[in-house]
Ligand binder design. Structure first.
Ligand code: 13P
Ligand code: SF4
Length: 346
């Protein structure tokens, strides 16, 4: 249970939170209110107190809730930004508010740290679509072909790849690899976007993939882009490369979570159509209160399993299900693929 804080401390914290979240949508129809912030305040106060006591840092993916992202996180970002942070932090404890493969990656690249994930074994339809044995079979059918895996994969899959990639560096890293063929797993939609992008760049490759997709981004259709353009003249539509290629081809910008945020920051459109997860929309609303965002739909229920309450639990008295561990043999092989990404991303 949170420490007893005075009414004055709670009111002050509620106003701090409201200053950060007042322009952010809590649901599609409603914004964060001062009362919402007052309810969150005892938790954020206690989490921020415990972080100091335990020498812990909180890394939060942009798709978790804005109360976590702005109320308690030390670092917020996309998969690549957070894996870089996880590699360099000096704190004893990392609380990773994200999904399992992200926390597992943090443990692999910084094994001396204790890593906890508030949401427990929160999956991801991409990471859960392929086992190490599945990849072994695919590789056996295509001997000698370089193998890249998306970071949204299990440690067992990473352990068998030449390099890991994120949505922010997949195109550049794939272009650097030798040969006319490439195995890229487990996202079949990103694989199609990758094949098209390499062709556009004049360095075509045949991409061999598996059958996974993101249950959030795979739902967008060309009709959604067309409707946004009809309803909001001048709209700039952005999408993640986990979306189907027919959708990406109609958008003004396609890129990683960080890339979409940077595009919004550097452009001036009357309105932005966000074909991505609600958390990024929330971040854009917080960081650009002067800009307007339209979000058709798209919530990752796995990411949203991270809450202030279970973040407090993970800090105060972590449950076994919140404790991240990877066997050293798998971790050593997976680490090589992740380190290769850092090298190739330069
Ligand atoms: P980012 O690398 O863009 O953070 O993507 C991770 C993810 O899970 C997107 O659905
Ligand atoms: Fe996985 Fe999609 Fe959720 Fe990202 S948004 S964690 S890819 S299910």
């Amino acid at each position: 249970m949170p420490n007893a804080f005075t009414q004055e401390q709670i009111t002050q914290e509620a106003h701090r939170l409201y200053g950060l979240l007042g322009s952010v949508s809590k649901t599609k129809a409603a914004r964060w209110t001062l009362d919402d912030c007052r309810a969150a305040a005892p938790l954020t106060l206690e989490i921020n107190r415990l972080k100091k006591e335990k020498n812990a840092v909180i890394l939060a993916h942009s798709y978790t809730g804005p109360d976590l992202v702005y109320g308690v996180a030390d670092f917020r970002g996309d998969s690549y930004e957070l894996s870089l942070k996880a590699r360099e932090v000096s704190a004893d404890v990392i609380i990773f508010a994200g999904v399992w493969f992200m926390a597992e990656t943090a443990k692999i690249i910084n094994p001396q740290k204790q890593v906890f994930i508030p949401a427990g074994r929160a999956g991801c339809t991409l990471a859960d679509s392929m086992t190490g044995a599945d990849l072994m079979r695919l590789k056996a059918k295509h001997p000698g072909v370089p193998v890249l895996c998306y970071i949204n994969s299990s440690a067992d899959v990473k352990a068998q790849c030449d390099a890991c990639v994120t949505s922010g560096n997949v195109f550049d890293i794939a272009q650097k690899l030798p040969g006319k063929e490439l195995i890229f797993v487990p996202d079949m939609l990103m694989a199609q976007n990758l094949e098209a992008e390499l062709k556009r760049r004049g360095t075509p490759k045949k991409i061999i993939s598996s059958g996974g997709s993101c249950c959030v981004h795979d739902k967008y259709r060309p009709e959604h882009v067309k409707k946004l353009r009809a309803d909001y003249p001048g709209i700039s539509v952005v999408a993640h490369p986990e979306c189907p290629i027919e959708v990406c081809e109609l958008c003004d910008y396609v890129g990683s979570t960080k890339g979409m945020a940077a595009y919004v920051a550097r452009t001036q459109a009357p309105v932005y159509g966000m074909l991505t997860e609600f958390g990024l929309v929330n971040r854009m609303e917080a960081e650009h209160p002067d800009k307007k965002f339209i979000w058709p739909f798209g919530v990752c229920s796995y990411m949203k399993r991270n809450t202030l309450a279970n973040t407090l639990q993970a800090l105060a008295d972590p449950l076994p299900a919140q404790t991240v561990s990877v066997d050293e043999q798998t971790a050593a092989a997976a680490r090589k693929a992740i380190e290769k990404m850092f090298e190739l991303a330069q």
